[in-house]
Design a protein around this ligand. Structure first.
Ligand SMILES: O=c1[nH]c(=O)c2[nH]c(=O)[nH]c2[nH]1
Length: 300
């Protein structure tokens, strides 16, 4: 039976681009997920295998990074309009461009001197709690926590001086983005009986310590930042003896714009979602015994 080609489109889906704009020490970020679908005179590639009219999807991805550098990202709409106009006007075979953009909102982390380059992603976190008790007053275990608290520093992060073996390719860096999703559980000392504890206030303070330590730490590794975050909680909260932190390193790689004759002075990043480094540790009050589960992934 003869066949005909129906509706078709192609392009690069989900290019994750982060654009940093610096006004001295004050940084601004736009964080987009851009999906491009192009259509037009594409019969030949489907039916005859001729690529003569095909602009590679890889090129469409590169265009996203190059435009982020050259024009900045004033808004999702403006950026998408510019891309759509470019593809349709530059390539004869492309008649229609559909650009979809998701934008992730970030707020500045308040309350620290370093907040000008420190951000927390809007509306992501979940507060968690786990209580166990077997009738014996000594057995109370109250854990409070959070997951999905996504934070970013656009400077004050370095990573160098690490072990290099024959498989190491990572370049050393003196200025990188440090971003992570904070997943944490902390254990309250003592019993929850007696004077009614104000759990909500305790949660807000602890969350505040985590954010302030993330923003305020000049980081030589995510491990160092983790320890600073945990220590701040235990130091500042006498009622918390232990905190377990699980921090995925949300890597942001500088987009290589040299092939297009553009420099990239820490302005345009590719936000990779996987694989990711996973940095996990417990921070304890000296003398306390570790009791928070090591693996937080399947907890509430
Ligand atoms: O902060 C970091 N810690 C690491 O252990 C590590 N490993 C890596 O490749 N990048 C990073 N970054």
């Amino acid at each position: 039976m003869p066949t005909v080609l129906g509706q078709n489109q192609y392009g690069k889906a989900e290019t994750r681009v982060v654009r940093v704009t610096r006004e001295g020490p004050v940084h601004h970020i736009r964080d987009l997920n851009v999906s491009i679908a192009l259509s037009g005179a594409m019969d030949d590639v489907h039916t005859r295998g001729s690529n003569a009219g095909v602009l590679p999807t890889d090129t469409t991805k590169n265009t996203v990074f190059a435009f982020a550098k050259e024009y900045g990202i004033a808004s999702a709409e403006e950026f998408a309009v510019r891309l759509a106009r470019h593809f349709v006007s530059q390539q004869e075979t492309i008649h229609t461009a559909r650009i979809r953009v998701e934008e992730y909102g970030w707020d500045r982390i308040p309350a620290t001197g370093g907040a000008a380059h420190s951000f927390v992603r809007r509306g992501q976190e979940t507060r968690t709690a786990q209580v166990t008790y077997d009738g014996d007053g000594e057995s109370w275990q109250v854990l409070s926590g959070l997951k999905g608290l996504v934070v970013m520093n656009t400077t004050d992060s370095e990573f160098h001086g690490y072990v290099k073996d024959r498989y190491t390719t990572l370049p050393e860096t003196r200025d990188r983005i440090l971003a992570t999703e904070v997943n944490a559980f902390w254990r309250h000392a003592g019993r929850p009986e007696g004077e009614k504890p104000d759990w909500d206030a305790s949660y807000e303070r602890t969350r505040g310590h985590l954010l302030a330590a993330f923003a305020g730490t000049y980081s030589l590794s995510l491990q160092q930042t983790l320890y600073a975050m945990g220590s701040r909680v235990v130091d500042q909260e006498p009622g918390i003896d232990e905190i377990r932190l699980s921090l995925p390193n949300k890597h942001h790689f500088l987009a290589d714009l040299r092939p297009f004759g553009l420099d990239n002075d820490n302005e345009v990043y590719f936000a990779a979602d996987r694989p990711y480094g996973l940095i996990e540790a417990t921070v304890l009050r000296d003398g306390a015994t570790a009791a928070v589960p090591v693996d937080l992934t399947n907890l509430p």
